[in-house]
Every structure is written in structure tokens, then in C-alpha cells.
Design a protein around this ligand. Structure first.
Ligand SMILES: [Zn+2]
Length: 342
């Protein structure tokens, strides 16, 4: 990107009400079979237009093509039985009924490559595509086959690498791995979390990113955040390792968050996607508030490495609020861009 402070979103955007019930996470599809394929493409075009009108520079599919950021990917793999469910504790935070790994995991066919190709056809702008990270994937499953979180993570890393290479060939400019689990399992991040992520990006020439966050604005996450104290220093564990890794960009939550801004210093040299939009609040930020967050971040990241972004995905918000927040992000970045160029 030649433009200073190129804007993007962390991932998901709300779906139209004819595609899935709005303001609800992981809401089931309202269409089936061919109508669903067409509906997802129409929704992708709408979400792209929303991003363009808001002045977002690096655009995405807004995750219109998936129901869940982890499960939709896993549904396309062999070795996982979705009928056989067990209750596990997700990210050490909430219990959920999850599918079971019953055999060797494999990717018989590409998962998102057709969708990415479709997005590529719609725009000349740089495009970003999100995939789940290996650690977050294993944390969303019951493993009755490998019986080792690490072993399964390495298997997923290999599969993610196959998918990522094909996404790159389809014209994706930035491949992002979502690893909210990095804020919870610090020992595993250290032992094999970053290593498996590096396996997932092996051989890629496009930009690579990791998104670590405090999650959507759902109750389980808000309750968890209330236990974290006045300063959230979780990133302190993973940032030094990511700084030394081959991952190019790191996406983190900043606005309305208890994350001390100076933790960004630990990433010096990397590109940083600074979350300047709170996804856990219905209140639309003003462009000036966005600008303020970006100015604070500029003390710890060089201007040519700062990518204004949202804290996390906006899927559970109303379309009106999400559009307002996108516009604030675009306008806030423009203010600071103007100051830097003045
Ligand atoms: Zn997130």
C-alpha cells in the first residue's frame, strides 16, 4: 500500500436480514442450496459497497460467506464428525457443544477459494481474507483422535497453509489468521502457538496478519473482561514472540479497551492494525475519537506501519451502527493522514 494509514476491518460485518437473522452471532442461513450461493454473493457485493462508501482501503468479504469464523472452515474438512458432539470449555471461558475429531483431519477441497475469487473480481482494491488460526481451531473441537492439542494444531497448520496458498493464487493480498486463543493460553503460544502459525504461512509471498482480540461484544466476553483488572496486559505474552516471527502484521484492540497503548512498542518493526472502533458498543465513534486513538498509537508505531482498523468483527451490530462505525474509521484516518502530510 502506498497510501498512508490504509484502513481495513478486523473481519465480519453484519449480514442482510434476508440472508441471516440480524444482530445475532452465528445466526443460521435463511436460504438454501443455489439461492444461498447467490444470496451470499449479493451480500458480499453490498458489504463491499458499504466499505467503499466509507473510504475503507483494504476491503474484505465481511465474512458474508460464513456462518462462524471457525466452524465454517472446519465443516469442510474430513475427520471431524459434526453429529458427534461434546461439551467443552471454549477459551477457558464458556461451555459449548462442539464437533468431535474422529479421524485424520484433511481438506478434500478448497474452502473459501471460490469466494475469494469472486471478491477479487469485484474490486481493484487490496483484499484481505480471514482464516481461523490453528490454536483457535483446536479450542473449538473435542479431539478423540490425536488426543494432543499440539499434534492437532500442527495438522491444522498444514491444512491452513494449503488453503492460504490457494487464496494467494486467487489474488488475496493479505491473509489474516484469527487467534483470540492467544490471549488465553500463554504457555501454548510459547511452546507451539507461534510456530504453528508460521507453518500456516510457509511459502506465502502475500502479506500475512494475525488478529488477536478480546472477542465480540457478547456476554461471555464482557464478563471475562470484567475479571481482567484495570490494565489488560495479555498481549505482553504474545507480542515479543510475534515480533520475532515471520508474521507481517498484527491486529489488536485499542479503542475503549484497557490495553495499555505502549504494549504496541513490543511489536516495533511490524505492521500494526490498530483497533480504533469499539465493536462491543452501539455508540458510533466520532471521527475525532478515531483520530485520537490513532495519534496515541503513533507514539509506538511508525506511521508507514500503522493500519487503522476495528477492534474485532462487527457481525452482531445492526447494519446502521456498523455503517456509521465504518464511516467514522475512514474519516478519522483521513484526519490523521492530513496531519501527517501537512
Ligand atoms: Zn476479534
Amino acid at each position: 500500500m502506498n497510501k498512508l494509514l490504509p484502513t481495513s476491518t478486523a473481519g465480519s460485518l453484519p449480514k442482510p436480514s434476508w440472508l441471516a437473522e440480524p444482530e445475532k452471532l452465528w445466526s443460521p442461513w435463511k436460504l438454501q442450496v443455489e439461492a444461498l450461493v447467490e444470496g451470499k454473493q449479493d451480500a458480499l457485493r453490498l458489504t463491499l459497497m458499504d466499505q467503499q462508501q466509507a473510504g475503507i482501503d483494504i476491503v474484505s468479504d465481511g465474512e458474508q460467506t460464513r456462518q462462524h469464523f471457525v466452524t465454517t472452515f472446519i465443516e469442510h474438512l474430513d475427520g471431524v464428525d459434526f453429529e458427534k458432539r461434546e461439551t467443552v470449555r471454549i477459551r477457558d471461558r464458556y461451555d459449548a457443544s462442539v464437533p468431535t475429531v474422529v479421524g485424520a483431519v484433511e481438506r478434500p477441497n478448497p474452502v473459501f477459494v471460490e469466494d475469494a475469487r469472486f471478491l477479487r473480481q469485484q474490486t481493484q482494491q487490496p483484499i484481505k481474507w480471514a482464516l481461523p488460526g490453528p490454536m483457535t481451531m483446536i479450542d473449538t473441537l473435542y479431539d478423540a483422535h490425536y488426543k494432543s492439542r499440539e499434534k492437532l494444531a500442527w495438522e491444522f497448520a498444514t491444512i491452513l497453509n494449503q488453503e492460504a496458498r490457494e487464496l494467494e493464487a486467487a489474488g488475496v493480498d493479505i491473509i489474516q489468521f484469527d487467534e483470540p486463543a492467544f490471549n488465553v493460553f500463554f504457555d501454548e503460544v510459547n511452546d507451539w502457538g507461534v510456530a504453528t502459525l508460521e507453518r500456516a504461512i510457509e511459502g506465502l509471498k502475500c502479506e500475512t496478519a494475525v488478529h488477536i482480540c478480546y472477542g465480540y461484544g457478547i456476554k461471555a466476553n464482557t464478563d471475562w473482561k470484567n475479571t481482567l483488572g484495570s490494565e489488560w496486559r495479555q498481549y505482553e505474552e504474545s507480542f515479543p514472540k510475534l515480533q520475532k516471527s515471520g508474521i507481517g502484521m498484527i491486529s489488536l484492540e485499542c479503542h475503549n479497551s484497557h490495553v495499555p497503548m505502549d504494549l504496541i512498542e513490543l511489536l516495533r518493526g511490524k505492521k500494526v492494525m490498530v483497533g480504533a472502533i469499539d465493536v462491543a458498543s452501539e455508540t458510533i465513534e466520532t471521527p475525532e475519537q478515531v483520530a485520537d486513538t490513532l495519534r496515541k498509537a503513533l507514539r509506538f508505531v511508525d506511521a508507514d506501519k500503522l493500519y487503522p482498523c476495528t477492534n474485532c468483527g462487527m457481525a452482531p451490530l445492526s447494519r446502521r451502527v456498523a455503517k456509521g462505525k465504518l464511516a467514522a474509521l475512514g474519516a478519522g484516518a483521513a484526519i490523521v493522514r492530513g496531519e501527517l502530510l501537512a
